[in-house]
Write a protein that binds this ligand. Sequence first.
Ligand code: CA
Length: 240
Amino acid sequence: MENTVLIVEDEKDIRELMDYNLRKQGFRTETARDGKEALMKIRGGKAGLVILDLMLPEIDGMELCRLIKSDPDEAVRRLPVIMLTARSEEIDKVLGLEMGADDYITKPFSTRELVARVRAVMRRYEAVQGTDAAGGKIIKADDLAIDPDKYTVMKRGRHLDLSAMEFKLFLYLVRRPGRIMSRDFLLDAVWGNESYVEPRTVDVHIRRLREKIEDDPSDPRYILTKRGVGYYFAENKAGS
Ligand code: CA
């Protein structure tokens, strides 16, 4: 269900604490002790957001996140995932293309941080689903066709699998061809007032977008970098 948070954590104390605190803040919750139980609940439509511990028995959090993000069902693929990690060195990997989590929380964390992150990720997700990013006719840009209503991107007739946040960022760039925007500017414009998002989140999302959109991500044609300034969508690619 839409506003239900699925907590996937094998450690009982942590799981119950998160469950208690999120419920207290008015969230509906579901819990799972391992990846198998989690997948069952996710595919049964019981989750609107997943908090996923990296360290799980059998299917670990990394594998589970990959399974969610590559599920044949689009509704499953689009589920926002917050990873719980013990070490900050794992962050790049967690947010990177390989796993594609939407956000992360480093253990140990406070209840306040947990609730703030869940709220922020849900808000972003809803903003992309809702009227914020949606509306308008299909935008054609060279080989790409971007549908703001269905939040899909097609490249030469092939569907590209963008996460909700990647799509929101991409649409923002596409609608402003040639305009160079700094990381801080994009953070404000696309992510909004979220105190927990770091500027490098923008870089991670840009990297992921290039991996998906560009023929050669190391020599991008669509999403360009102005060194020392920021990112922009190539002006000559924009069309109608
Ligand atoms: Ca664990």
